[in-house]
Structures are given as structure tokens and as C-alpha cells.
Design a protein around this ligand. Structure first.
Ligand SMILES: *Cc1c(COP(=O)(O)O)cnc(C)c1O
Length: 349
């Protein structure tokens, strides 16, 4: 019996990084969480919560959170859509745009593995265009693929490279469909493509509070695009896709830009230091504008080091994928965590 649609029955499903319970003695450098706690203002909201917020349904448009975003980023509130993590918004976008052979999902690789999963669930044709060695955006090939939606993560994961605004502009003007710019790691980067949402009617910028704001467990993301584009995404999203707690805590975190910026500066300093230290022990390290480093250990040792670190309770990410099987993606931790990582690598060598 075929209980399920062929698209569902035949795909593997996304495999998230391991998520051990908080409190277990593990150094967790595998899913790009921020090593610092969320803003004290956000935690205060949680402590002083009036239970009415839980008894009632949440605001379907997360307006308190939109207002905080609007003030922090200087974008009009009606240019914002809020989602249950940016994964939810990626899903909404792909469900809204993609289907079958005609309405394709296009993106460069290597990039966020979830793009393929979401497109496959939609039974949409996927076109993957490989990045060249130097990670220059393959604009011509991407545009020629004719996506109903073209997805660019910048800074990209797992490579950590950032795409220039010039290249993004070129791509935005050449694609016939929507260009979704996934800025999950923008807080750790030198610049943002936010202005392109105003320049191009087909551009949407995706953001998350999971990385820069240390709120991965809360599940909160948002998109910025013109109200016309957003109006169609609102039709697709669950009515109450974001819970009342997330709206309140997210608004408080967004208002506390100073705290977030301070954590981000610490991570960026640790990123530079970790890159230097890893190069010193013979690792190849790709320059990164995210809160992680894609590294190639010497002598094809990636899988072995991953396993040996895991036995020492240090989790990093190993992707058994073409072009990545000799590499590890290491989230930047605190200086103390990074020090322990380096010691463990030295022991396992
Ligand atoms: C982490 C990540 C996301 C998802 O973030 P959530 O808001 O936690 O769903 C989206 N895109 C990329 C490239 C990411 O690395």
C-alpha cells in the first residue's frame, strides 16, 4: 500500500546535527549555536510572564516583534514576516513558489542541506549549481537554471564565505523568479544585503535569532520583502506559526542590540584566534564570516578526528557529502572551549 505521496516515501529526510540535553558535559560545536546566553532582558521577560499570554492564542502577525525589528533595522513593519525559525520561512517560501518540473528550486552547492529536503517534499525539481573552488557566485548558471525560487545563503554554510552585493544584484536582476537571500549568519559578517529587498521587487531577505541572538531553542526567524511579495507568503503560513513566548522574548532580544553586538564581537575575536591556532597545527582553514570555520585537517583525517573528538565529548560537524568528506565544520565556541578543542585534536593526532 502506498500510504504516502511518492515525493515523501522516496526522500531520506533532513538529518539535523546531534542535540544532547543541556546539562550534559559536552562541548557543542556542531550546529552553530552562539556560545553566550541570550540577552538578560529576554530572560527577564520569561521570568515575569503573565499567564494570560499562554491562555490566549498569540498575535498571528507577531506585531510586537515586528515593531522591535522595524526599529532595530530601520525597515517598515509591513515589510516583515515572522516565522518559527527561518527554516519555517524557507518552507513557506518553497511551498508558495515551487512545484513539479516547471517551478524549480535553484541554489549553489555546497550550502544549507535543508534546501533540497524542502524542495523534495514539494516534489519540485531541484537544480544544484556547484560553486567553483574560489566560491565565486556562478551567476550565469544559476540564472540560466530558471528557478521559481533561487536560494543564496550568505555568509554561506558550511563554507563561511560571503557573496558580494554586486553579485547578488546581478543575480537578482537576471533571475525570473524570487531570489531568497538567507542571512542566518549576517550578525557575524562585514555587511548585509538588506538594501536589495528595497531595490528589487523579487528579493526576500531571511534572518534568524538562532545564531547572533543565542535563541536557537526559541525558534524565531523573519523575512524582509515588499508587502506585495509578503502577501502571498502570509496565505501559506500557519495562522499561529509563532508562539506567544517567542514573540515577547524575541522582541526583548531584538531591542537589546548592544548585548547582541557585544557577544558577536567576542565570537569574531575567537574566530580569528581559532583560525590561526588551527592553521598552526596544519589545518587548512577557509576564511569565514559566520560563527564557524570549515577546515581541512592534514592527511585525510577528518572522519577520524570527528570520531575521536566525539569520544572526548566534543561535537563538531562532519558531512559525508561530495567535496566535504575531508572537512569538518567547527562552530566557534568561547576561547576556553576552543582551547579544549585544540588540546583534544592534538591528543588525537
Ligand atoms: C541555521 C540556519 C538556518 C536556520 O535557522 P533557524 O532560524 O534556526 O531555523 C537557516 N539557514 C542557514 C544557512 C542556517 O545555517
Amino acid at each position: 500500500m502506498n500510504y504516502f505521496r511518492p515525493a515523501i516515501a522516496t526522500i531520506q529526510g533532513y538529518i539535523p546535527g546531534e542535540q544532547p540535553k543541556p546539562g550534559t558535559p559536552i562541548i557543542k560545536l556542531n550546529t552553530n549555536e552562539n556560545p553566550y546566553p541570550p540577552s538578560p532582558q529576554a530572560l527577564e521577560v520569561l521570568r515575569s510572564l503573565d499567564s494570560e499570554w499562554l491562555r490566549r492564542y498569540p498575535d498571528p502577525y507577531s506585531r510586537d516583534f515586528c515593531k522591535a525589528i522595524s526599529e532595530a533595522l530601520d525597515v517598515p513593519a509591513d515589510w516583515i514576516i515572522v516565522s518559527n525559525g527561518s527554516d519555517d520561512l524557507l518552507n513557506i517560501l518553497i511551498r508558495a513558489c515551487a512545484e513539479g518540473k516547471e517551478r524549480k528550486v535553484v541554489y549553489p552547492t555546497p550550502s544549507y542541506v535543508l534546501y533540497r529536503t524542502l524542495a523534495s517534499l514539494q516534489a519540485a525539481e531541484v537544480v544544484e549549481v556547484a560553486y567553483p573552488q574560489d566560491y565565486q557566485l556562478p551567476i550565469v548558471e544559476l540564472a540560466a537554471a530558471g528557478g521559481a525560487v533561487t536560494l543564496i545563503a550568505t555568509p554561506n554554510s558550511p563554507s563561511g564565505h560571503i557573496v558580494s552585493l554586486k553579485d547578488l544584484r546581478q543575480l537578482a536582476s537576471r533571475v525570473s523568479g524570487i531570489l531568497a537571500i538567507d542571512e542566518a549568519y549576517v550578525d557575524f559578517a562585514d555587511y548585509s544585503a538588506l538594501s536589495l529587498a528595497q531595490e528589487f521587487e523579487n528579493v526576500i531577505i531571511l534572518r534568524t535569532l538562532s545564531k547572533g541572538y543565542s535563541l536557537a531553542g526559541l525558534r524565531l526567524g523573519f523575512g524582509i520583502a515588499n508587502p506585495q511579495l509578503l502577501s502571498n507568503l502570509f496565505k501559506v503560513k500557519d495562522s499561529y506559526n509563532v508562539d506567544a513566548l517567542a514573540i515577547l522574548i524575541g522582541a526583548a532580544a531584538m531591542k537589546d542590540q548592544a548585548y547582541k553586538n557585544n557577544c558577536v564581537e567576542k565570537v569574531k575575536r575567537s574566530r580569528s584566534k581559532l583560525a590561526i591556532d588551527l592553521r598552526q597545527i596544519g589545518f587548512e582553514v577557509q576564511d569565514s564570516q559566520g560563527n564557524f570555520l570549515l577546515v581541512t585537517p592534514p592527511n585525510q583525517q577528518a572522519a577520524k578526528i570527528y570520531q575521536s573528538l566525539k569520544e572526548k565529548n566534543i561535537l563538531v560537524r562532519y558531512f559525508q557529502l561530495p567535496g566535504l568528506s575531508d572537512k569538518l565544520r567547527i562552530t566557534v565556541g568561547t576561547d576556553e572551549q576552543n582551547h579544549q578543542l585544540l588540546q583534544a585534536i592534538n591528543l588525537s593526532a
